[in-house]
Ligand binder design. Structure first.
Ligand code: UGA
Length: 439
């Protein structure tokens, strides 16, 4: 089948490359001429595991094409569906900015002739269907919603091996078209209304964010009580009603999705006449976590002004060069503002973080370079190479063997056994049952 994908960011490029991988003929459209020229050569403007290989293979097979011209994209074989994958950023007032969606839908509405299915992949708040149709302004075009559940860093796998696929449709025809396009993916398919599919996307991201803020709250309570949140997470995770994922506490969650989608759901509920009591505190907890993390460093060193620290990690998550809303960047900004001297390293996200941190920190070329003259090491992104570091080398190069783990992911017992003092969110010092009865 032929598919057109509009927008070649994280979502659109994965969509296009994966559909081509599944054997469909795909034309990806973007207004950025330089980006399209590079993509034709197989050059991808961001880091995402497995994507370069898939794009190169798609281009070589002739099944994946790129253009800046929507008219050209829809010419020849009629596309079975046009997927809209443009960004829906957060506006200053917390609402979702739909201007990119509007522009694309208007252009699709005037370019396409005959009956076609227009599929919204971008996160667009529920309650917008009327606007979406108005922007399309073409009675031959039918809308559907097929929300994406891709995590940056594992997007390709998430697309090809999803937990579920959701089709928000208005007709059996739309459902059939989408089913045919996804027929080689082995996953449960849930068919529902457009509004339910839109809400399902927001509910999923909000529940994950709620879970993270909840476990971060438990970490803060564990700190106050002298308990260990990693043990609590394990205890919770063994209950199949909860599951193990998304129970790692830390200095907060980041990325372009959770913070935006939490605010958007709160606002969409409000504008529909419902004041949610549960959604807003998710961000309130998250906004405080980087400050709580910094306070631990200040408490340990009696302030940070004029003190040097090494930082591993700037990306909001492992496996990506994306530093948007990254807790690592937030921590670095707070520490710098309080006079700390930071030397930072990230395997992929340095250039993106530099846009926010500028000259306030110094950028190291290797992970070991940040250790020189540092009072302590702060680890702020869960890159596996940080957990697997040569800790004896780290110890030999730091002024003191002190580590602050902002993602609670390092092998704490192993590092402690090497003589490190380990701090994190809600961590208890090495605990084991006493040999003797205490009383
Ligand atoms: C998230 C969702 O997981 C995807 O399903 C969704 O499609 C995507 O948003 C989107 O709406 O486009 P993403 O933000 O890319 O994906 O990455 P996640 O793996 O969800 O991580 C988000 C943040 O939570 C990161 O900062 C990560 O470090 C943090 N996290 C994750 C924790 O602090 N603890 C955990 O246990 C798990």
């Amino acid at each position: 089948m032929k598919a057109v994908v509009v927008g070649t960011g994280y979502v659109g490029l994965v969509q296009g490359a994966c559909l081509a991988h599944l054997g469909h003929n795909v034309v990806c459209v973007d207004i950025d001429t330089e980006k399209i020229a590079n993509l034709r050569e197989g050059d991808i403007p961001f880091y995402e595991k497995d994507l370069p290989e898939l794009v190169k293979a798609g281009v070589a097979s002739g099944r994946l094409k790129f253009t800046t011209n929507l008219q050209e994209a829809v010419e020849g074989e009629k596309p079975a569906a046009v997927f809209v994958c443009v960004q829906t950023p957060r506006r200053d007032d917390g609402q979702c900015d739909l201007t990119y969606i509007e522009t694309v839908l208007r252009s699709i509405g005037t370019t396409l002739s005959g009956t076609s299915l227009i599929v919204i992949k971008s996160s667009v708040p529920p309650g917008t269907k009327k606007d979406l149709y108005e922007w399309l302004g073409n009675q031959n075009l039918e809308l559907a919603v097929n929300p994406e559940f891709l995590r940056e860093g594992t997007s390709v796998r998430d697309f090809l091996e999803p937990d579920r696929i959701i089709f928000g449709v208005e007709s059996a025809w739309a459902s059939d078209v989408l089913t045919e396009l996804h027929k080689d993916i082995d996953a449960p398919v849930l068919v529902m209304s457009v509004e339910s599919a839109q809400l399902a996307k927001y509910a999923s991201n909000n529940l994950l964010a709620l879970r993270l803020s909840f476990i971060n709250e438990i970490a803060n309570i564990a700190d106050a009580l002298g308990a260990d949140v990693t043990h609590v997470s394990k205890a919770i995770g063994h209950d199949p009603r909860f599951g193990k994922a998304f129970l790692r506490a830390g200095a907060g969650f980041g990325g372009s999705c959770f913070p935006k989608d939490v605010l958007a759901l709160h606002n969409v509920a409000l504008s529909s006449g419902y004041h949610s009591k549960l959604i807003a505190p998710i961000m309130a907890v998250n906004d405080e976590q980087p400050y709580r993390f910094v306070k631990k460093i200040e408490d340990r060193f009696g302030g940070v002004s004029g003190k040097r620290f090494g930082v591993w990690g700037l990306a909001f998550n492992k496996g990506t060069d994306d530093a948007r809303e990254s807790p690592a960047v937030k921590v670095a900004k707070i520490l710098s503002a309080r006079g700390a001297l930071l030397s930072v390293f990230d395997p992929k996200a340095t250039e993106n973080a530099r846009k926010e941190l500028g000259m306030t920190v110094s950028y190291a070329n290797t992970m070991h370079e940040v250790l020189d003259e540092a009072e302590a090491l702060l680890v702020l992104t869960e890159w596996p190479e940080f957990a697997d570091a040569d800790w004896s080398h780290v110890k030999a190069n730091l002024k003191q063997p002190v580590v602050f783990d902002g993602k609670n992911f390092l092998p704490h017992d192993e590092i402690r056994a090497q003589g490190f003092e380990v701090h994190g969110m809600g961590l208890q010092d090495l605990w084991k049952p006493k040999e003797e009865r205490p009383l």
